[in-house]
Design a protein around this ligand. Structure first.
Ligand code: CUA
Length: 360
């Protein structure tokens, strides 16, 4: 917007008002965007605390904005040039004013600090009988480890799994949790810094190689909540998503039981061919399928990939069409991702797709 010369003050004001209105309308439109993930639809005590804090800080900022801009406009109009000759009288070193405009912002920041520390302290309160789920960041997907996986791992002293069943389950990009249960989530990374964030269920926490951080999840209602990597981690950062499925204890137990089973055997000649192709292709060097010779540790465990709702770290819905597209050309779906191999013949892609979809 150009505030050109020769514009009358009234006209400038009008333009400014127009610009502000447009900005406000745009903000309101964006705020109205619903659906997961949304920080404006908290589904856990922590997410609600965070939203309350941001609303409070927003109101404080709004008051500061109105007061400062009000004073600014008041001074501009009250002391504007009325055609007098020469320079206006120069004011310098008004001690009381200077103390005031140093102390007041300081006071506002102290208030915000106290509110923030209170919120953080509330989020760090001990949990009652939590379920512990380790999440490990990879470029560009999420490894999800339930208690007892890997079996030989030495538990950290903060581990809370002492009296928990050793599920021994590992999955990727999909975290199942029982509803209304505290879930303690230690996070770290095997490569670069990622950030674990499920806006509706809790705070955001950095995943740092060699250092374990913690966050708490707690879903008050059953549902599917989308999570997103919130720290730039490379070309596919924006495509590094996951979902949290909050379900009843019975549904959760049934899911765990299914995940504990070894991979389903191929049920058709096509799936059989897919399995053979998978085992003879580079796939096997990176992926594990329990109960087969595939024991790669670089990519996600595929033992139950057919049961997942999304593939490619939340990028695609898990349908046969999308699976075919993903296997045929992973670089087309997520350019730059680490799944790279020469193009496969279409019949091989079809067979591997059928095998993957059968791994429920
Ligand atoms: Cu991982 Cu951004």
């Amino acid at each position: 917007m150009e505030l050109g010369k020769g514009c009358s003050p009234a006209r400038r004001l009008l333009r400014l008002a127009l610009a502000l209105t447009t900005l406000l309308a745009l903000t309101l439109t964006l705020v109205a965007c619903q659906g997961s993930p949304s920080v404006l639809a908290p589904a856990s005590p922590d997410a609600r605390r965070i939203l309350d804090l941001s609303r409070t800080v927003f109101v404080i900022a709004l008051i500061v904005f109105v007061v400062v801009e009000g004073l600014l406009f008041f001074i501009i109009f009250r002391f504007r040039s009325r055609g007098e000759e020469g320079e206006p009288s120069q004011v310098h070193g008004h001690t009381r004013l200077e103390i005031m405009w140093t102390a007041l912002p300081g006071l506002v920041l102290v208030v915000v600090l106290v509110l923030m520390v209170q919120t953080m302290a509330a989020a760090l309160q001990p949990m009652t009988d939590p379920l512990e789920i380790n999440v490990v960041g990879h470029r560009w997907w999420w490894e999800v480890r339930y208690p007892g996986y890997p079996p030989e791992e030495v538990r950290s002293e903060q581990a809370t799994t002492a009296n928990q069943p050793a599920y021994g389950v590992v999955t990727a990009n999909e975290i199942h949790i029982p509803v209304q249960k505290d879930v303690h989530v230690p996070v770290n990374s095997v490569d670069v810094i990622h950030s674990f964030w499920v806006p509706e269920l809790g705070g955001k926490v950095d995943m740092i190689p060699g250092n374990t951080n913690y966050v708490r999840l707690h879903a008050e209602q059953p549902g599917v909540y989308r999570g997103q990597c919130a720290e730039f981690c490379g070309v596919d950062h924006a495509l590094m998503a996951f979902i949290v499925v909050a379900e009843s204890q019975e549904e959760f137990d049934a899911w765990i039981r299914n995940q504990q089973l070894p991979a389903q055997a191929p049920e058709s000649p096509l799936e059989e061919a897919g399995m053979r192709a998978f085992m003879s292709q580079p796939c096997v060097g990176c992926h594990s399928i329990r109960g087969t010779n595939a024991r790669g540790q670089i990519g996600p465990d595929l033992t139950h990939i057919g049961s997942r709702r999304t593939i490619a770290a939340g990028s695609l819905e898990n349908t046969p069409e999308n699976m075919r597209r993903w296997i045929a050309d992973p670089q087309e779906v997520k350019p730059g991702n680490l799944m790279q191999y020469p193009p496969l013949p279409p019949e091989t892609v079809d067979a591997i797709t059928a095998y993957m979809m059968g791994l429920e």
